[in-house]
Every structure is written in C-alpha cells, then in structure tokens.
Design a protein around this ligand. Structure first.
Ligand code: ASP
Length: 298
C-alpha cells in the first residue's frame, strides 16, 4: 500500500485574541510546509517534526523558544520533547534557559543518550559537552512578553496564570514515506510560573507520544491538568483500540474537563493518515499538509 506522508502542527490552545489570529495561522502554515518538504524529500517523521517545531520556536508569535512567556522572576524557561514511533525512543529537556531550540536538544539527547530526560543546568551542560549552541537567555525575551510581565507584576494585565491566558505551546505529528510516526512538543510553559515549574509538555505520554502501533499525538493547554490524565498516551491508546483519531482527541479532552476541570487541545495522527484535531479552549491554531495541500485553522 502506498503511504501518503502527512504532517499536522499546532500553535497552542488558548483564547487567542483576533488580532493575533493571522500570525498564528501563518506561523502554523509555514511550519507544516517546512515539515512537508522534509517528508517529500524522503526525510523521516522525526526530522519533519523537529524541523517544523524549530521553525515555530524561532517564530516569536508562539510560546516556545524566542517569544516565550516569562516566569515569575522574569526569565524564560523552556521544555521540549521528541519521540520516535518506530522505536519508542524519546528525548526530553525541561527548564532550560540558554537554548534557542530545545526540541533539537531533546533530539540530541534521544540520539546520543544515555538518558532520556534532563533538566535545567544539567541539560545545558549536556548541550555544552556535545557542542550544541548555548545562547544568552535574554535573546529569547521579546518586548511583548516583557511588557505583559511588567503589567502582571504591577497587578494588572492578562499575564495571570489563568487557563485562557496568553499561551501558545507548539507541537507536531508526522507520518513519513516509510510509514513511521513521530511527535514533538515545545513550550515556554505558563506565564508567571514558579521557577522550576514543569508542565505536561516534556513529559512522555502527557505533552507528546508516538507509537507506530497506535498513533502520534501532541497536546497543549492546562499542563497541570493534562499530565494527570496522561493525555497523549491516553489518546494514542484509544486509537489502538480502534477509535478514530478525531473521536479519540474529543474523548480525551472531555475526560480532561470531567476529571480535572482543565482545558486544552490535541493533534493526533495514525499510520493510515487519519487525523484528529480538537480543542476545548476558545481557539487552537493548527495546520496540516497532505498531498501537498495545506489546510489551517484556529
Ligand atoms: N501545556 C503547556 C504547559 O502547561 C502550556 C500550553 O500548552 O500552552 O506548559
């Protein structure tokens, strides 16, 4: 059977204000097309999700890499994960400050080992040891987030840690020409978070999961809630039980709300190229490319 490669990306589930819709949609479209180019040139699903997520980390529109929200002490701390559905190999990093593209550091850790998850200064030391570029953390801070943070410190503005706050985690799932699945997720976390806080995003089975036997998934939304229902593994398992990815995404988000009161969004993809895209927040930016055709929404 001929395999039709496909990539789906998201740019975070939250109450995205209307004026921010165009850059969110455009950023997702560009990322999906970048991943698509990798897939049609014979690249792996892993390469595709990494390339797509890197582009969104570099795009200050999103809460990942440059442009990420600031924590309570005005710093950026980043979390990311990448997972290979063929081998179940994964790499994840959390609370890193001196890395522009944490998804690529997660990939490096996956490839080189010997561990699967490193945090903070240890993750940065691992990067330095392997010649991975380290940056001045101030390079990740944009004026928009500095101003929001300052307003929050003065007791005003939207930078409070509420469910529909300015969040915009990014993620991608892909199916390559060889029929392999992969997933990646990257985030700056929640605005005003306690330093050292880690959400669902870099946790395997929570922020992302990929298994050729079931599906690939990436989550966004209320991290404190998503991790409690192991959201992406739960969604992949449903697909493994024969549930369509769209229905699986819907069911997991319903469970999230019913059991934790949390809200979020999910993208899902199985080996047949069936897609699930769902959110219980007012918006979630997403894009996908199949047969060279881009679709996007918010
Ligand atoms: N899930 C992310 C976190 O809790 C935030 C988001 O998706 O916007 O860190």
């Amino acid at each position: 059977m001929e395999i039709r490669p496909i990539i789906v990306v998201h740019g975070g589930a939250w109450n995205i204000p209307p004026e921010e819709h165009p850059p969110h949609i455009e950023g997702c479209r560009r990322a999906a097309l970048r991943g698509w180019e990798v897939l049609v040139s014979g690249g792996s699903a892993l390469d595709a999700v990494e390339a797509a997520v890197r582009l969104m980390e570099d795009d200050p529109t999103f809460d990942a890499g440059k442009g990420s929200c600031l924590n309570a002490v005005g710093e950026v701390e980043l979390d990311a994960i990448v997972m290979d559905g063929e081998t179940l190999r994964m790499g994840a990093v959390a609370a890193v400050r001196r890395v522009a593209n944490p998804v690529s550091l997660a990939r490096l850790l996956m490839e080189k080992g010997p561990h699967t998850f490193l945090v903070g200064s240890g993750a940065e030391e691992y990067a330095r040891y392997h010649g991975f570029p380290l940056i001045d953390p101030r390079e990740l801070i944009v004026d928009r987030e500095r101003e929001r943070w300052e307003a929050w410190r003065n007791g005003q503005g939207m930078y409070a840690t509420n469910l529909f706050g300015p969040q915009g985690t990014v993620g991608a799932v892909a199916l390559d020409l060889r029929g392999n699945l992969a997933a990646a997720t990257s985030t700056g976390g929640r605005p005003g978070k306690w330093p050292g806080r880690v959400g669902d995003s870099p946790l395997v089975g929570c922020g992302a999961y990929a298994d050729n036997m079931t599906a690939a998934a990436s989550a966004t939304g209320d991290g404190e809630a998503l991790m409690r229902i192991v959201a992406t593994k739960s969604a992949c398992d449903l697909v493994g039980q024969g549930v369509h990815p769209q229905e699986a995404a819907r069911r997991v988000l319903a469970l999230l709300e019913a059991r934790t009161g949390g809200y979020g969004g999910l993208i899902l993809l199985d080996r047949e190229g069936r897609v699930g895209i769902a959110h219980t927040t007012p918006h979630m930016a997403w894009a996908m490319v199949r047969d060279g055709v881009v679709q996007a929404g918010i």
